[in-house]
Design a protein around this ligand. Structure first.
Ligand code: NMX
Ligand code: MLT
Length: 433
């Protein structure tokens, strides 16, 4: 058993009595009530999910295991020669809530090299799809194709409920370790004439991903930063909630995460990073070489709104301030690409868009989210096929949602099955006030 798995087991055993006591002794305590607009409005803000892996504050943004983004980056061990933590150490942190030692991380890097070996049939599945399939289709299909080797599904009939977490952890770890190679394969297969670069033994996940993508330093750090920032955003977002919901039927990690990825592929969720680049580039084209100004950016934003479209990368279902993931990436850009024309344009949009959205008066949050800034960095380092950007989000999101479903099984969270009502019932309650 790896040190991570042994520590995770201790953590699970420590945690179980807390959940059991709450359920048994305090099960009737009311924590929320539901209004008609919440029932009609996408269950917005109803407190009905429990996770300890991350928490999203309306103003401050995300905390992973209690730490905000700068604290997370500062606490975890960095890769040799890198400025950002290894993804492996972050995986340990998400699962246990503890900062791993150097030895814990090294063991995990070695463990991932073994788990990370992608079965060759996965590549056959990708190749069998039409080449013009969206890369998210390729990623989701690749993940789903590995279901046949699920350790959870194989063990299911011979297992007690208390042990479910073990093969779920095994599947989750296998998946996390394999995702970078699958993503890099999709990229090189689809956009680089199938000129595939094999993984290199001994590298951590960020360095190996940069290597397999064929992009030089500091892209290893970009990958580490990107995967960590996109990992988790508590349980209610579409990809996390879908993964959790599907896993609640005791579907294994492959079924569950593939479903979550399909939700991530929507333009209001993860696909927004692709939409942002598309929007920015078409605006740049319209400028025809002229400098972006407050006036022409304002006009482009209004044109988009007046045509009935959303401004991609702005707004959020929970956040009410600038997303700290946006800020973390902006700080990276200020350090590494301060004069890049696209970064300057993104800054100009940040200067103008909140005012335009406030004036329009519809959105509850006129501030940028993670997707407003992420594509510019990829573009700068040569990854210009922007319909690939959501795949990068997906690799990162795997860390959060797969840690979550491991804990779901550890704490025996049951089948999720909310109750629906009819419109007539709502009308009846409305009449009663
Ligand atoms: N541009 C224009 N209109 C907007 C925007 C925006 N960026 N954000 C919200 N609105 C509109 C929204 O469409 C709705 O209009 P209507 O009443 O006509 O249906 C109204 O403002 C109220 O929406 P909110 O309650 O503020 O937002 P909601 O919680 O429903 O949706 C998002 C949240 C993120 C879906 C929404 O802000 C949006 O569509 N943003 C643009 C897409 C985007 O950036 N998505 C990525 C989110 C982060 N992620 O990675 O997943
Ligand atoms: C996410 O990272 O999942 C997005 O910001 C969307 C959300 O939290 O609802």
């Amino acid at each position: 058993m790896t040190r991570l798995k042994a520590r995770l087991l201790e953590k699970i055993q420590e945690h179980r009595p807390r959940t059991q006591r709450l359920n048994k002794e305090f099960g009737d305590v009311v924590i929320d009530q539901v209004t008609i607009s919440q029932a009609l409005g996408g269950a917005r803000d109803i407190h009905a999910l429990v996770t300890d892996i991350s928490y999203l504050d309306y103003q401050e943004g995300i905390r992973f295991r209690g730490k905000n983004i700068p604290e997370t980056f500062a606490a975890l061990p960095t890769a040799p020669g890198g400025e950002y933590p290894t993804v492996e150490s972050f995986w340990y942190f998400l699962l246990t809530g503890e900062v791993p030692t150097k030895e814990d991380t090294e063991e995990l890097v070695a463990d991932f090299q073994i788990r990370g070996q992608v079965p060759s049939y996965v590549f056959d599945v990708i190749r069998a799809l039409p080449k013009d399939s969206h890369p998210m289709v390729m990623l989701s299909a690749a993940v789903l194709s590995m279901q046949k080797d699920s350790k959870f599904a194989a063990a299911y009939h011979g297992m007690k409920k208390n042990d479910y977490w073990d093969p779920m952890f095994e599947d989750a770890s296998d998946l996390v370790a394999r995702l970078p190679q699958i993503a890099a394969f999709i990229y090189r297969y689809k956009y680089k004439n199938g000129d595939i670069i094999a993984p290199k033994p001994g590298l951590d996940m960020g360095a190996n991903f940069a290597h397999m993508m064929g992009i030089a330093k500091p892209y290893d750090d970009v990958a580490r930063m990107y995967f960590i920032l996109h990992s988790d955003h508590e349980s209610g977002n579409v990809s996390a909630h879908t993964t959790h919901l599907v896993a609640s039927a005791l579907s294994d990690a492959y079924y569950s995460f593939s479903a979550g990825l399909n939700g991530l592929a929507g333009p209001l969720h993860g696909l927004a990073n692709q939409e942002v680049l598309d929007w920015i580039l078409s605006f740049q084209k319209q400028l025809n070489g002229a400098e972006p100004t407050e006036e022409n950016v304002k006009k482009a934003l209004w044109d988009t709104l007046n045509s009935g479209h959303v401004i991609p990368g702005y707004g959020h279902a929970i956040l009410r301030k600038t997303d700290p993931r946006y800020t973390a990436q902006m700080e990276f850009c200020q350090k590494h690409l301060p004069t890049d024309p696209l970064f300057k344009l993104v800054n100009m949009i940040y200067h103008v868009a909140p005012g335009v959205l406030t004036e329009q008066g519809k959105t509850k949050n006129p501030w940028p989210n993670v997707d407003a800034q992420s594509g510019v960095i990829q573009w700068y380092y040569g990854l210009r096929e922007y319909d690939f950007y959501t795949v990068l989000f997906g690799v990162g999101r795997g860390l959060g949602v797969l840690a979550n479903i491991t804990w779901d099984r550890a704490l025996s969270y049951p089948l999720e099955r909310p109750k629906s009502v009819t419109t007539a019932m709502l009308e009846e309650w409305a009449a009663k006030g």
